[in-house]
Design a protein around this ligand. Structure first.
Ligand SMILES: [Zn+2]
Length: 308
């Protein structure tokens, strides 16, 4: 089975994670622009970060057999630094039109402050202007209210639910998100957001329509194999294969494919890996490693079991 991890902060992960994800069946992933832990103090560091996720990270993923897409946005936490937020809003449009950008995101609320509200609305307008989908980060605290409010604001700005993925759902929010016609994404993020046994119960109850499973893997305690593991657990527990395929692959493609930037052909017929390739003068090889060079059309998978 092929998987798409529709929310993965790969800038925080190692190459081993890319290799493991590819071996587990992940063919493509989406890296949303987000908070890196250390607060950014000026627009320059945001500029470099956005350049990284549309640039080197995309290249690095490709060198390990995974197609990399991203979303561009000012995150809600940093919307509270007004001087920074103003500067970031100015540079967003030029990043949002780059190749491989599939949405404006992840945006929404953190503490649900007035500044977060202002920049959330401004970015919805940007998404509308560019015809891009939106990825919404729902808050950890007061999640139910924040989720309802995020959807209300989308409607108020005339952004149709079919263009909005509401992420980090749980049992408390899923029904309203689905009833209102939005895409409902779930981050399988250990011990805080959603575990995969709980996710399987949700699939049992709601089926696979408009549900998206992702790992949200980042610098915190998280599992880059969460999508593949959830799919396996769901199949083991009797969820129909078609529902698993929708939630772990097809829905993410349908939702973010609306950007026109993400097509199945990207991974069904990918360029052969050649790790001699350079990106701005650098390759992914560290410490004089031997490059992996594939012949065109060569299939990658789990058939090579020897670990050297
Ligand atoms: Zn995230």
């Amino acid at each position: 089975m092929m998987f798409i991890d529709a929310h993965a902060h790969m800038i925080s992960r190692t190459t081993d994670d890319y290799e493991a994800m590819a071996a587990s069946g992940v063919v493509a992933l989406i890296e949303p622009a987000f908070w890196i832990g250390q607060p950014r103090t000026n627009v320059g560091s945001y500029f470099d970060y956005l350049s990284h996720i549309v640039g080197f990270e995309r290249f690095r993923a490709g060198q390990f057999g995974i197609r990399h897409y991203c979303t561009i946005g000012l995150n809600s936490k940093e919307a509270n630094n007004e001087a920074l937020a103003e500067g970031v809003m100015e540079i967003l449009p030029r990043f949002a039109v780059k190749e491989g950008v599939v949405a404006i995101g992840e945006i929404g609320y953190d503490e649900q402050t007035a500044l977060e509200d202002r920049y959330f609305r401004a970015q919805l307008e940007l998404a509308k202007e560019l015809g891009l989908p939106v990825m919404i980060h729902t808050p950890h605290r007061d999640k139910k209210r924040g989720t309802t409010r995020s959807m209300d604001v989308c409607i108020e700005h005339g952004v149709p639910p079919s263009m909005v993925v509401v992420d980090h759902n749980n049992e408390e929010t899923v029904e309203e998100v689905l009833d209102r016609g939005f895409w409902a994404a779930f981050s399988i993020y250990p011990s805080t957001k959603m575990g995969n046994a709980r996710m399987v119960e949700i699939l049992k109850r709601y089926g696979g329509e408009r549900i998206i499973v992702d790992s949200a893997c980042d610098w915190g305690i998280s599992d880059p194999l969460a999508v593949a593991k959830t799919a396996r657990l769901a199949l083991d527990r009797g969820i129909p294969e078609e529902h698993v395929r929708l939630a772990c692959y097809a829905n993410a493609l349908a939702a973010y494919g609306q950007s026109g930037q993400m097509n199945e052909a990207d991974w069904l017929d990918p360029p052969a890996i050649d790790q001699r390739t350079l990106y701005e003068g650098n390759s992914v090889l560290r410490g004089g490693r031997e490059p992996v060079i594939e012949s065109p059309g060569e299939r990658r998978g789990m058939d090579r079991l020897i670990i050297e």
